[in-house]
Design a protein around this ligand. Structure first.
Ligand SMILES: NC(=O)c1ccc[n+]([C@@H]2O[C@H](COP(=O)([O-])OP(=O)(O)OC[C@H]3O[C@@H](n4cnc5c(N)ncnc54)[C@H](O)[C@@H]3O)[C@@H](O)[C@H]2O)c1
Length: 434
């Protein structure tokens, strides 16, 4: 199998397919990245991936190359895992994909099954088929399929190997049979559908999850005004099987480039067909507002931010990743700095990447050190290690007694008993049981 585009999705896909027993060549134009991968080093943080890469490199089932033609000519199935960043128009940028597909077509000497793994707008399959037909040498045939990838950074290997379902979009039996053969070892339902539907399922899934988060954040604002508690409300909501408990955590909102990119692509398609998708536009507006609202909470907690020091716990947009693309922490830190605050930050993994984007902050070796000299602690990522902060030690070395928690990590009563003013999202400051 050839994986074209060995970024996040491509590397995880290629490695997991090799782990399942297939022979895989991952190809990418990024020489530095491929050099690292050839040595068994992962260019981004993803738990469990490095061990799998090394084992499969050693077994000879996994290879990394910059030679796309070589990867295509040695394979039967070609997975497209190229990035699709957002253009200023709000549409995904398909220029890298176009370039890659032309290169693939030039290298094809016979039948190949080409599989979309990148997240692509509905009907991209039609466009890809047309392009391949135009580019291919006479007599060379292909099938196209779409197998969208559902994975969360930080849990990518687990999500690939144990998905809720594998969506296989194809329009002929040979393609379906090949893909069923490839994915059969995965213990999950294989959902066979057409290509347009498979493409739309991926966009609709991300849009729906984003909508759930914005919905629960709106409910959190109602909780704050009415005396209800969002953690209780979310628990009660999630117990309804029609709703399900995941993605119902109130906080500073979702981050990362994927939800905004996929919502934007979907809104663009809807606009093209004069379909009203204000629902999703509002989802994004609510999400952006959560970040601004969080800055205001921090400011309110210390009256004015001018000359104050804010300690930040957590920079990554979600735990177990160092991906800083559109992380809420970037908006929050810039907002705090614009209002005159100094920043001391700690994140277990994402500090190296953040330093390049935000050099004007002090980066600390642990959460307690970051709290030294701070006026307020703000929690932005729900890293597991923040559940084990040594507050006794913190109180010895820091006078800071205000915590603004954007991820609702702690029990408000426990924090009050430890002497902290604890402000979280959608919960009452403290409500002892009577
Ligand atoms: N990262 C995620 O969590 C995730 C999850 C599901 C789906 N997706 C989707 O998968 C796609 C890829 O995302 P990603 O996060 O892996 O992106 P990425 O930026 O990490 O990787 C894309 C790779 O494509 C390579 N590339 C660009 N042009 C190329 C060419 N002509 N030939 C060969 N390689 C080329 C780049 O060098 C890069 O390494 C996107 O459509 C994304 O929406 C991402």
């Amino acid at each position: 199998m050839a994986i074209i585009g060995s970024g996040y999705v491509g590397t995880v896909t290629g490695t997991c397919l090799a782990e399942m027993g297939h022979h895989v060549i991952c190809a990418d134009i990024n020489e530095a990245r491929m050099h690292k991968l050839q040595l068994g080093e992962v260019p981004f943080y993803e738990p469990g991936l490095e061990t799998l890469i090394r084992t499969n490199l050693e077994s000879g089932r996994l290879m990394f190359t910059t030679d796309i033609a070589e990867a295509v000519s040695d394979s039967e199935v070609v997975f497209l895992c190229i990035g699709t960043q957002l253009l200023p128009s709000g549409k995904p940028d398909l220029s890298a994909l176009t370039k890659a597909v032309k290169e693939i077509a030039a290298a094809m000497d016979g039948y190949r099954l080409i599989v979309e793994k990148s997240t692509l707008p509905v009907k991209t399959g039609d466009w890809l088929k047309q392009m391949l037909q135009n580019e291919l040498k006479k007599g060379v045939t292909f099938d196209l399929a779409a197998v969208p990838q559902f994975l969360r950074e930080g849990q990518a290997v687990q999500d690939f190997m144990h998905p809720d379902r594998v969506v296989i979009g194809a329009d002929n039996q040979q393609a379906v049979d090949t893909l069923v053969g490839i994915y059969r070892p995965i213990n999950a339902p294989l959902f066979i559908t057409d290509i347009n539907s498979a493409e739309l399922i991926k966009h609709a899934t991300n849009a729906y999850l984003a909508m759930k988060i914005s919905f629960v954040n709106s409910m959190a604002h109602i909780c704050e005004k009415t005396g209800a508690d969002i953690t209780e409300v979310a628990k009660g909501l999630g117990m309804d099987r029609r709703i399900a408990p995941d993605f119902l955590n109130a906080g500073i909102g979702y981050g990362g480039i994927f939800f905004p990119k996929d919502i934007s692509a979907l809104v663009n398609i809807a606009d093209e067909f004069h379909i009203n998708l204000d629902l999703l536009k509002t989802t994004e507006v609510i999400n952006r507002y959560q970040r601004i609202n969080f800055i205001e909470r921090i400011e309110k907690s210390v009256k004015s931010l001018e000359g104050k020091t804010v300690c930040i716990w957590g920079l990554a947009y979600r735990p177990n990743t160092d991906d800083m693309r559109d992380a809420p922490s970037l908006t929050v830190i810039r907002g705090l700095q614009n209002r005159g605050a100094k920043i001391r930050a700690y994140d277990p993994i994402a500090m190296v990447n953040t330093k390049e984007i935000l050099p004007d902050a002090v980066y600390c070796k642990d959460p307690v050190e970051a709290a030294e000299g701070a006026d307020v602690i703000a929690i932005l990522t729900e890293w597991n290690e923040f559940n084990y902060v040594n507050f006794k030690k913190l109180k010895e070395i820091s006078d800071c007694r205000v915590i603004v928690d954007g991820r609702n990590l702690y029990n408000p009563l426990r924090m009050k008993n430890m002497g902290f003013t604890y402000i979280s999202v959608g919960r009452q400051p403290v409500k002892p049981l009577t």
